[in-house]
Design a protein around this ligand. Structure first.
Ligand code: MG
Length: 262
């Protein structure tokens, strides 16, 4: 894992992008295209992002949003129209660009997830709790730091008996924690998409969070990976982009390399 410097450029990748037989742009949502927001239901993208992504799609790039959020939330929040392909719930759900929807069957761990939810509610964390396909999340963004720290410490202890006996795993993300069925992750989504790509396709993945590290590893050697964050941190990504300006610049360069105007 490296802590990246700002000076690392992606010129050689853009060069490849210009002549590639296919272009594939994989994008995380929260923290990458949309700044964090205390009210998760109001996490809209940087205003320049939706029109830029639409123009990139029009120039023939396959754009895929890959998120821990359910697909329906990504559709509502992202405001990208026509809708791109979306892999939601860490890849459990998939909405194709033509509107076809697939959901992997969630292993029968409903009782365990229900127990995880009940534990949070019993601990007075009902308003911090989110039920997702295949998972239960607790959020602490916006809480005072002492309370956030206490939740971050106590919830893994609460859930430990479940983690010990059920095929569930713990996922840390920026501003919270999720317990979810041991199923696909973002790395699996990237591997599945790579299999569908034609040889020589230029592929990039942009993400900000720990859950994106899986995706960075999955794309290693087969494309460009970018950590999108105000501050750098140890990461497997190839480059670091500070949002929003460097993110927007990257998207404009992508558009230009595809034959569109930046
Ligand atoms: Mg994110």
């Amino acid at each position: 894992m490296n802590v990246l410097e700002r000076q690392i450029t992606y010129g050689p990748f853009l060069e490849r992008l210009r002549s590639a037989p296919a272009r594939v742009l994989l994008l995380d949502y929260d923290g990458t295209l949309a700044p964090f927001c205390v009210d998760r239901t109001l996490a809209f993208p940087y205003p320049e992002v939706p029109p830029l992504v639409v123009r990139i799609m029009r120039k023939g790039t396959r754009v895929v949003l890959i998120s821990g959020r359910p697909v329906r939330e990504i559709l509502l929040l992202s405001g990208i129209c026509p809708q791109p392909e979306v892999w939601g719930s860490h890849g459990l759900e998939r909405l194709k660009a033509d509107g076809r929807y697939e959901v992997s069957s969630v292993p029968a761990h409903k009782d365990y997830l229900l127990a995880a939810e009940t534990m949070l509610r019993d601990a007075g964390l009902g308003s911090q709790t989110e039920i997702k396909p295949g998972g239960v999340a607790v959020h602490w963004r916006g809480l005072d730091p002492a309370k956030a720290e206490r939740i971050a410490r106590e919830v893994p202890r609460l859930w430990k008996p479940l983690l010990d006996r059920a095929p569930l795993r713990l996922l840390e993300f920026d501003g919270g924690l999720e317990i979810r069925v041991a199923g696909p992750g973002k790395g699996d989504a990237v591997r599945a998409i790579l299999k569908e790509c034609e040889p020589g396709a230029a592929v990039a993945y942009l993400g900000d969070d720990q859950t994106d590290e899986d995706a960075f590893h999955a794309l290693k050697g087969n494309g460009l990976t970018a950590l999108v964050r105000p501050q750098s941190r140890p990461t497997a990504a190839d480059i670091w982009l500070q949002p929003p300006h460097e993110l927007l610049h990257f998207l404009e360069e992508w558009l230009r390399a595809s034959g569109g105007q930046g």
